[in-house]
Design a protein around this ligand. Sequence first.
Ligand SMILES: *Cc1c(COP(=O)(O)O)cnc(C)c1O
Length: 393
Amino acid sequence: MADLVDSLRDELAGIAAAKRYRRRRVVEVIDPAIPVYIRVEGRECVNFCSNDYLGLATHAEVRRAMCAAAERYGAGSGAAHLVTGHTAEHHALEEELAGFVGRERALLFSTGYMANLGIASALLKRGDAVFEDRLNHASLIDAGLASGANFSRYAHTDVTGLEQELAATPARRKLVMSDGVFSMDGDIAPLSELAEVCTQQQAILMIDDAHGFGVLGHQGQGSIHAAGLSAAQVPIYMATLGKAAGVSGAFVAGSNELIEILIQKARTYVYTTATPPAVAAATRAALRLLQHESWRRERLQQLIRRFRSGAQQLGLQLMNSMTAIQPVLLGTEAAALAASESLLNAGFLVSAIRPPTVPAGTARLRITLSAAHSDADVDHLLDALNLLPRTAA
Ligand SMILES: *Cc1c(COP(=O)(O)O)cnc(C)c1O
């Protein structure tokens, strides 16, 4: 036992020496009516790193729906979906999600990470091939690696490179997995081009729309809807419910047959407890708000434009993102960490993103905007960014 503790301590010292040590901060919501103001270890600040893009996580109707369902069903589901965990709330949410994104069926998973692992494990086996954008979310990468299929990555958004790889593979089943909106860069995948190449090369296209669902599309139906692509072009649509929808969990939407196969074979679906029914009820309330309150999306877009034009005037190095994820490139890990620290001292919570999450030399601040921010919040953040020491990125 002492040996284990010693070796873990050495390993931790190595992580700290490499400046890769990660720590959690304990946060509190101050007033649910203004969710972007939080207390971080005693210090009040404006949150610029939440994925609650529409401000729904603390919405009164969502909270009420969760409480009412907890009163009715209890706190937990008590079992997996295939046993007795699948309540009327879960079932209704699945039907509403399927209708909303225009697919035959939808299936709930407890987390997005589990949904991605479940899709790849149910659809792929040895001898099949999976292709992923180099900047895909870690859960997609892990899903592809764990599937046992031949795994390859193409350069970020390089559809031509992907096409060559697809043409060269002898595999019978070919699955292409991509983020819809890339989580660290905020750019949107070349969806139409991906769909075209996949159709030509008889590959299956799966899009993980964790950061597009709720934000993109006329009513928030996500990136595929916004790009005008059909269910035939993108047969597997996955999105999470803990970001713009403000609650927790994820879903996969597609054909009846896809959903049935996932129910039979996705191990991260079968062998886990269903999320609490109250979570499903809260998500149903959030889904209604997300659809009908388009002003939240419009407000978010206004703030994105305000931030980008302000940052451009200050000469900050932005990335090619028109979404709520607005990275500011700083280059070195030390610069990103120092910037995040001084912003916190100035009252702004902004995360520093560094390798291995992003490629070496591209450490950055990852600013996320929310419809719940005010114009003044964004302006004050820009003022604080302007006071940071400038480094050559
Ligand atoms: C957050 C995220 C996930 C994981 O979803 P969770 O529900 O948090 O497990 C998957 N894919 C992408 C692109 C994400 O950003």
